[in-house]
Design a protein around this ligand. Structure first.
Ligand code: GDP
Ligand code: MG
Length: 263
């Protein structure tokens, strides 16, 4: 059993498999998929702004806020997402709101250029909420249909920085004025079960609508997301599968569960 699950979730899954009394290895694998899927989020795994826009046939402004700890893969995810949205015929604009470090803005701008999308850059040291507010207005003026916000990394124990993030979320949803909104928490697959505590605290600051499991191409299997989905009730929507611009994939829970328990 993969260690990232944590003892409680591991015991729960084992018990679930036992009640199904599998007789072969294949039956055991199927029983595990059924058991794990039952504790994971039942919500749709597609990106909210896209599905709502498509359903309603509207082209109002949508926004995706990306947050998490330092080094999780936020900036990379925003770059990959911008690329994907552009390929889908959307007009994304990146708002570089990691104003904590000058390099944070530069890294995001480099990704925007790689993806060939518009960007709005905060000044180093600026209040990220005001950068996001100005960025949304700029996106409207320039005719963008989806805003991608990159934020500074922070720890789940840094109360003031979590409050700063909460303000970014409030300003973004207010300025959007009913447009489709998604807040994506990036989880580093390498970190294991500590990301459960992170997810809990980040979710208090800005309610998570979807998870991104970054670095799923590494040797880590990311089993902690089963516990995170179970507790928060929100699904992993995307997986990072490398450092390249195309290395972002829809999250496939069945394949993920099977890979988790391969010897
Ligand atoms: N192998 C791999 N590396 C990743 C992935 N996502 C991000 N990284 C790497 O992780 C490091 C931190 O990424 P970055 O996006 O700057 O993290 P941030 O601090 O959250 O913005 C960089 O070296 C990225 O290339 C992924 O899905 N797979
Ligand atoms: Mg970054």
């Amino acid at each position: 059993m993969a260690a990232d699950l944590g003892p409680a979730m591991a015991a729960r899954l084992v018990a679930g498999v036992r009640t199904r009394a599998p007789r072969t290895k294949e039956e055991a694998s199927d029983a595990l998929v059924t058991t794990a899927l039952a504790v994971m989020s039942p919500k749709a795994r597609d990106l909210l702004p896209l599905s709502i826009g498509e359903r309603a046939g509207v082209r109002g402004l949508s926004l995706i806020l990306v947050y998490g700890i330092n080094g999780a893969g936020k900036t990379t995810t925003v770059g990959k997402l911008a690329h994907r949205l552009k390929q889908e015929g959307r007009k994304p604009m990146i708002v570089a709101a990691d104003t904590f470090r000058a390099a944070g803005i530069e890294q995001m701008v480099a990704w925007a250029q790689r993806a060939g999308v518009d960007h709005f850059d905060g000044r180093s040291g600026a209040d990220p909420a005001s950068v996001v507010f100005d960025g949304i207005n700029a996106a409207r003026a320039r005719g963008s249909d989806v805003v991608l916000v990159d934020t500074a990394g922070r720890l789940q124990t840094q109360r003031n920085l979590l409050e700063e993030l909460a303000k970014v979320g409030r300003v973004a949803t207010k300025a959007l004025d009913g447009g489709a909104y998604e807040s994506l928490l990036v989880i580093d697959a390498v970190l294991g079960l500590t990301s459960l505590v992170q997810a809990r605290e980040f979710n208090r600051a800005v309610p998570v609508t979807g998870l991104v499991l970054a670095k799923l191409d590494s040797s880590a299997k990311g089993g902690a997301v089963i516990a995170i989905e179970s507790e928060l009730g929100v699904p992993v929507k995307l997986a990072g599968v490398g450092e390249g611009i195309d290395d972002l994939a829809p999250f496939e829970p069945q394949a993920f569960i099977r890979a988790l328990f391969e010897a």
